[in-house]
Write a new protein. Structure first.
Length: 180
């Protein structure tokens, strides 16, 4: 995008307005992605803030050759991976706290949608981390398999397999074929 290239150019020259615009433009998408990957709103907010903090700290050295959104998404995924490794080291479980923003005409519709989002969040949380990451990146951000493969540093076929197995397991979990 031309706007993103201009924002990056302005950011490299220390423009706070450019940073603010990048933050406003991508914070919601990044937060949704982080919540889908972690299942924890607080941890997700921290991860998104960390990504933007790193962007600020390296604004003069930033070297984005492609899409800004893809760059920020890759940074976020790496940050979430680091958080997962850290939490495994401390042997803490990541609590599932789905934050679904839903707007609906009636409280009944909102309650049904909220329940469905909770069930989906619980099912996604049961996927192995590699499958969960691929499914969320593909479904929530619309990234292609090749982009995800580069981001995860694995083959295209590995990513496609993770996606296929992840979606199969989600269907199974949501249809009640597997015990939760």
């Amino acid at each position: 995008m031309l706007e993103d290239k201009l924002l990056i150019w302005r950011l490299r020259r220390g423009s706070l307005d450019a940073l603010r615009r990048i933050y406003d433009k991508y914070k919601v998408d990044l937060l949704k992605l982080a919540i889908a990957l972690t299942g924890d709103v607080c941890q997700s907010e921290d991860a998104v803030q960390d990504v933007f903090l790193k962007l600020v700290q390296s604004y003069d050295r930033i070297d984005i050759h492609g899409n800004l959104k893809s760059y920020l998404t890759a940074c976020l995924v790496n940050r979430v991976r680091t958080l997962h490794r850290t939490s495994r080291r401390h042997e803490r479980e990541v609590p599932l706290d789905p934050a679904a923003e839903a707007s609906s005409d009636s409280p009944e519709q909102w309650a049904v949608l909220n329940d469905q989002m909770r069930l989906l969040g619980e099912a996604v949380a049961q996927l192995p981390a590699e499958q969960r990451e691929v499914v969320v990146l593909r479904v929530d951000t619309g990234l292609g398999f090749r982009q995800i493969a580069r981001m995860q540093n694995v083959s295209l076929y590995t990513v496609q397999g993770r996606y296929r197995y992840g979606m199969r397991r989600l269907r199974s979990l949501l249809n009640g074929e597997e015990t939760q």
